[in-house]
Design a protein. Structure first.
Length: 73
């Protein structure tokens, strides 16, 4: 899945994408703890950054930012 597409998800689909990323991060962490040959620190970091980006991005059609700007006097 493309990161841009993941940011556009909303509701249940967004929650499932976050859950998948959290599981992938945990699997990668366990590989690191066990010193498995396939552990990749860069992959671990990329997964965490993707999760942070999806969690921090507002859901599409969110009006929170618009409401604040429209109330200025």
């Amino acid at each position: 899945m493309e990161l841009g597409d993941a940011q556009m998800l909303k509701g249940r689909e967004r929650a499932l994408a976050q859950l998948r990323l959290e599981r992938a991060i945990e699997r990668e962490r366990l590989k690191g703890v066990r010193q498995h040959w396939s552990y990749d620190l860069n992959r671990h970091i990329a997964l965490k950054q993707a999760l942070d980006l999806i969690k921090g991005a507002p859901e599409p059609n969110s009006h929170d930012g618009l409401m604040r700007h429209s109330r200025r006097k």
